[in-house]
Design a protein around this ligand. Structure first.
Ligand SMILES: Nc1ncnc2c1ncn2[C@@H]1O[C@H](COP(=O)(O)OP(=O)(O)OP(=O)(O)O)[C@@H](O)[C@H]1O
Ligand SMILES: Nc1ncnc2c1ncn2[C@@H]1O[C@H](COP(=O)(O)OP(=O)(O)OP(=O)(O)O)[C@@H](O)[C@H]1O
Ligand SMILES: [Mg+2]
Ligand SMILES: [Mg+2]
Lengths: 255, 255
């Protein structure tokens, strides 16, 4: 029970939040109970699900304070999908965590009390490799690395994989790579095919089968606070994230 | 002499590096002497200019150590463009800076020794509001805020403007807003026009006139280590960044 997958990449704008929100939503309609944890101070996963905090506690209270996660978790419009929301309060957390004991294990400890209530727990990370992302890597069973089909995104991949290996060797022996997910793939451009070929050449054994196409419906959905399957379930984006959910479920059954 | 402009936005992937590299290059061909400072551990501005570090010192040595910036600054292929490179060494800097005296002024102090050698100094920032971006805001005379024509990007703008105001009130009275730069504008989608209308409605007096269109040539150029004016000077992207350079020069003369 309770497989924890973090969606991480220090490169900005590669589709971490879009993947976290839409994978969580697609898994939840397969009759699985899902918790989406937003550990990014921007709170995009929270607003992408149409959630307004209105003063209730966020993940900040559990990471830096001692609030149990169960007091922070909120319902969403989807029956099987729950969210641990975030907001800008979290932006001070990295500096506050620096001096704390077992600072890398705060999220892992918080999640451990609720882990068995869910089939999957999906964690959205900020665009950095600071203490917030580190907490997610330590808490996770596996990582999905969204790789935007662009040059700068490919550049940072080597460093991220080294960091994952370091975390695996020291803080979380259980951490595995769920896979690299190609995002914003535009079959009309040579650049996308070039990046795909490079990724296949260097990372073939960890490249997920599902490829997410560039699809404007995916970037429209957040302004309505809805995952793609509820905004436009006929879109290429919706089909791609349903495929991804099937692939993740298949992988979880295998291991 | 030496107007310092930082390119900042905590939202990832909005076009900070693309703007820093191509604005710096476009200014340099107007016979102005330009320094491009890469303060992002990803080092995308450094590789976007085709620079390989090969062991020489990076900005890390000046921010955390005491190396003078003049020992770190390198030539680029462009006569009037110089770069202060970065690499992953910088990713530990934020935690190392936490305990230092005057930690927010480290970059301002380093730049002060070289400032008068350049007409403009352009600083590329990482996707966060941590100590690296804070150092750039304190060192800068003004900030350009790239705003991707997408919903999530618009969401974080209010918080960034509040942070800029806080820095202006406390650490850098000199800081002004050069402007909000709309990036990756795709005239074929309703989303881009919606975002443009929203930005005009709420931020009309600080919206820059130049709008950067979505243009695949801009995302191809970094894989050749060249700014757009040297990769494809006939492209829409090249024209847009030349327009931006003209607008920035015009603004500098006005004030
Ligand atoms: N497949 C896609 N097709 C089109 N647009 C997309 C796609 N995936 C994401 N987007 C859009 O691209 C932008 C960046 O995506 P997103 O915010 O999910 O990335 P991120 O990695 O979470 O960013 P950050 O680094 O700031 O956390 C968003 O505006 C999103 O709506
Ligand atoms: N106008 C544009 N048209 C098409 N692609 C663009 C444009 N501007 C930037 N890009 C591409 O979009 C991606 C994100 O841009 P860029 O890396 O400059 O953003 P950033 O804000 O610096 O990201 P980060 O937050 O990771 O530092 C890059 O792959 C870049 O090549
Ligand atoms: Mg995100
Ligand atoms: Mg960048």
């Amino acid at each position: 029970m309770g497989k924890i997958i973090c969606i991480a990449n220090q490169k900005g704008g590669v589709g971490k939040t879009t993947t976290a929100v839409n994978l969580a939503a697609s898994l939840s309609i397969a009759d699985l109970k899902i918790l989406l944890v937003d550990s990014d101070p921007q709170g995009n996963a929270t607003s992408g699900m149409g959630i307004s905090i209105n003063g209730s506690p966020t993940i900040y209270s559990s990471l830096v304070g001692d609030e149990p996660l169960s007091n922070i978790i909120m319902d969403t419009e989807l029956d099987n999908l729950f969210i641990c929301p975030s907001n800008m309060d979290l932006s001070g957390a990295e500096i506050e965590l620096v001096g704390m004991e077992k600072r890398e294990f705060r999220l892992k400890n918080s999640i451990s009390f609720v882990k068995n209530n869910y089939d999957f727990i999906i964690i959205d990370c900020p665009p950095s490799l600071g203490l917030l992302t580190l907490n997610s890597l330590v808490a996770a069973d596996s990582i999905i690395i969204p790789l935007q089909s662009e040059y700068y995104a490919l550049e940072g991949l080597g460093h991220l994989l080294k960091t994952v290996q370091l975390v695996k060797n020291s803080l979380n022996r259980n951490l595995s790579i769920e896979g690299i997910l190609l995002t914003m793939f535009d079959s009309r451009t040579a650049l996308s095919s070039d990046i795909y070929d490079e990724a296949k050449k260097h990372f073939c054994n960890i490249l997920l089968k599902t490829v997410i196409p560039r699809n404007v419906r995916l970037s429209e959905a957040p302004s309505y606070g809805k995952p793609i399957i509820f905004y436009d379930n006929t879109s290429k984006g919706a089909h791609a994230y349903l495929d991804l959910a099937k692939e993740i479920i298949f992988n979880a059954k295998k291991s």
